[in-house]
Design a protein around this ligand. Sequence first.
Ligand SMILES: *Cc1c(COP(=O)(O)O)cnc(C)c1O
Length: 305
Amino acid sequence: MTAPKSDFIWMDGKLVPWDQANVHVLTHTLHYGTGVFEGIRCYKTNKGSAVFRHREHIERLFASAKILGYAIPYSVDEVMKAVRETIKANNLEECYIRPIAFLGTENRGLNPKGLSVHLSIAVWPWGKYLGDEAAQHGIRVCISSFTRHHPNITMSKAKATGIYINSVLAKQDAVRNGYDEAVLLDPFGNVAEGSGENLFVIRNGRIKTPPAVSILEGITRDSIMRLAEDAGIPLVEQFFPRDELYIADEVFLTGTAAEVTPVREVDNRPVGKGSVGPVTQKLHDLFFDALRGKNQKYAAWLDIL
Ligand SMILES: *Cc1c(COP(=O)(O)O)cnc(C)c1O
């Protein structure tokens, strides 16, 4: 299997050829999971390519570093400029964008004091994260035997590399057991989120999503909440248990990679009629109109290159 790539990666202020974007094996982040990253998408719109909610993503990258206790040695505007430069250098109209900040090699211990902070930005063409079939007909998920982090174990508002062991274990297990994706419960037994996606459930025309406690506060989640509000669809942030998923009319997952992915089955029980429901479809369409620049109301979400 060959993963998609592009020509240049931005590393510490310079564009370097893709194959030369390497780090030392004693990088603190490789050993202790202290990196922070983002997943962003750039879409083709009628005004040219545009990075979706660019500033919010870069601000979250800085917030993630702050939670871990270090500072990225650039401004938000400088990083946004570097992202635009990287997309242009690679001649991509649409792409996935992966900035990552990580700590250097200056000491071997746990305490990150005195370590240099590095930043790289890679971009590559990336289609549907869970496949075209999934985007159209929905996916099959299971409740994971792994629990999402307690906020006092690793804080889930940071999109940090180390935290992702939890997601990787859950995802691997789900796929090995024949499902497309895992849904994790929080330490109190309530539904939290997918391995890399936030979750929404619809019952009797009302939408529910778990509060941002054990979950990553997704920017797609925020976009969907705003779109639902503007469309007059009632939505609450509320804890709910797994059986609420079994009796839901509709369930869907959101994330930059997964976009809006319908869920057609939870633990071998069909969700609603087992096909994509009307509320999911409506929010999906509103979301794609917004990111393609077809709805002027959300023009501020687009950073046109
Ligand atoms: C990144 C991520 C999401 C989705 O966030 P977006 O900002 O919508 O891309 C959801 N859950 C986890 C665990 C994540 O890491």
